[in-house]
Write a protein that binds this ligand. Structure first.
Ligand SMILES: [Fe+2]
Length: 314
């Protein structure tokens, strides 16, 4: 009999799962670990419920999926935990975060749709998040599936997207976002760590990733564009290319069927960073919020730094 309870994320979404039954005993059981990995391959997003809310458990669950890697950006806020590379804190104290206004509402720690590390050549396998300090008004996390987005695009837009590579630049954060920014977006306050990250980005090369790629095992095509940090269409950095990327991201926003997670105590969430995009909905700047994220090593092999082609395999 299974030692886990695995259920669909919701009745209405084509991706995602919920798992309960992860304990210190089951997390070390290889049969359970394989069951979780199999679920992840199929689902793309897993919400772990009724799980011990500790750094130790977060690391143990992360390692089901692979070794941890450090965060690429030096100026991320790291949590000092022995032998845990890349455990970062994402959040802010009351009034001290990056604050933006969207839809007439001020939000702290708001991050639009993106995949992590798009600005490097290597896409980590996954990120695993737990909320260590919840803001009183929620601070929801959105997840969306690139397979769903691809399938929902019109045949014309699928064909356009399949021919494109998108350039990413880490410095295109917040007010520097170039595509898909809400018309009424306004920057109110930029937190010091964001300023440092934007400054650090100036010394980093840009990266290039395909707008669509195909999953080997299932043959599914994945629309995988990060509006946050996109810097143009490779080989077409001109007015016409910029207009097409803006329109393509508009199409993505029109068809995406996101799942917004309302965090409950004792939960963690992992997402497939090769397949999904995610978003932080933001919260009332009057509250604190803190999320801890691990980064799980891996690569899908299709990205590159600009002007540095990878050698062919073998
Ligand atoms: Fe992220």
């Amino acid at each position: 009999m299974s030692r886990l309870d695995i259920r669909p994320l919701t009745p209405d979404h084509s991706f995602g799962a919920r798992i309960s039954g992860i304990t210190w005993e089951t997390v070390e059981d290889e049969a359970v670990r394989q069951q979780v990995r199999d679920c992840f391959e199929v689902s793309g997003v897993i919400i772990f419920e009724d799980i011990e809310p500790s750094t130790e458990m977060q690391v143990a669950v992360s390692k089901i999926f692979g070794p941890l890697r450090d965060h690429v950006i030096k100026n991320m806020n790291r949590i000092d935990a022995p032998n845990v590379p890349g455990l970062v804190s994402i959040g802010s104290r009351p009034g001290e975060g990056t604050i933006v206004e969207v839809g007439g509402k001020q939000l702290a720690d708001y991050v639009p749709w993106h995949f992590d590390a798009c600005y490097t050549e290597q896409l980590n396998r996954a990120g695993l998040l737990q909320i260590v300090e919840q803001s009183a008004d929620g601070g929801e996390t959105g997840f969306a599936d690139g397979v769903q987005i691809y399938n929902a695009l019109s045949p014309e837009w699928r064909e356009i997207a399949e021919g494109l590579e998108v350039i990413y630049f880490q410095g295109n954060m917040h007010h520097n976002q170039r595509y898909g920014l809400a018309d009424d977006f306004r920057l109110i306050q930029l937190m010091d760590s964001s300023k440092r990250v934007i400054e650090e980005a100036k010394s980093l090369p840009r990266a290039v990733h395909p707008a669509v790629w195909q999953r080997e095992k299932t043959g599914e095509k994945v629309f995988h564009v990060s509006p946050w940090q996109a810097d143009g269409i490779y080989g077409r950095e001109n007015e016409e290319g910029d207009a097409q990327l803006e329109e393509l991201i508009g199409q993505m926003h029109a068809v995406v069927q996101p799942y917004w997670h309302h965090w409950q105590p004792n939960e963690m969430a992992i997402w497939d960073n090769w397949r999904c995009v995610h978003s932080a909905g933001g919260h009332d700047p009057a509250y604190a919020r803190d999320a801890h994220r691990t980064t799980i090593l891996g690569d899908y092999g299709l990205g590159r730094f600009e002007n540095s082609r990878r050698p062919a395999p073998g």
